[in-house]
Design a protein around this ligand. Sequence first.
Ligand code: GRF
Length: 208
Amino acid sequence: MGRIGVLVSGGGSNLQALIDAIEAGAISGEIGVVISNKPEAFALERAKKYGIPVEVIVYQDYDSRLDFTAAIVKCLLEYRIDLVCLAGFLRILDRLIVDAFPNRILNTHPALLPAFGGKGMYGHHVHQAVIDSGAKYSGATVHLVTAETDEGPIVAQGIVEVADDDTVTTLAAKVLEVEHRIYPEAVQLLLEEQLKIEGFRVRKVKKS
Ligand code: GRF
């Protein structure tokens, strides 16, 4: 049974999608801990409702990004986590976590990477950039986390049409729905080890 650690900072709708998928038997794993850098994150309330242990690790309590990341890694190891899901987690982590969980960290990004990713591309900034670009489609990407922000191998994507009258709010809502569908799928693929990773390419391999 895979033990999943989920890192959150906000509302936790992606966490909820993972919880719902586990409850529905679509993910063969369990969430061992939810860690937030924000004590007030509503995601923590969602976890508590299902009796999932929660931990708060506040960035400002540490002298460096490295120390902050080390505290998170220590917590994940204490909870015997073997798959880490960043779900609305808004802090950049030191590469220490990638070394601790190689090819075992997923993140969801609200655009079609490699486009509209990287520095400053989070939350509404992403959707505003997509609308301003005139792109006709956007979507969501679930990718493996590497030392570079938003550059890991892509595990799953889903698309939405960018309508002429779309606003940041309406586009964000459409993209979030895609995230809630593809994130659980990506987690299950990783847990069932149905993925072959070659450079940036991730291919599904049939389980023998
Ligand atoms: C989502 O759009 C996700 O792509 C981004 O954070 C947003 C909110 O996530 N990383 P959640 O509702 O807190 O899961």
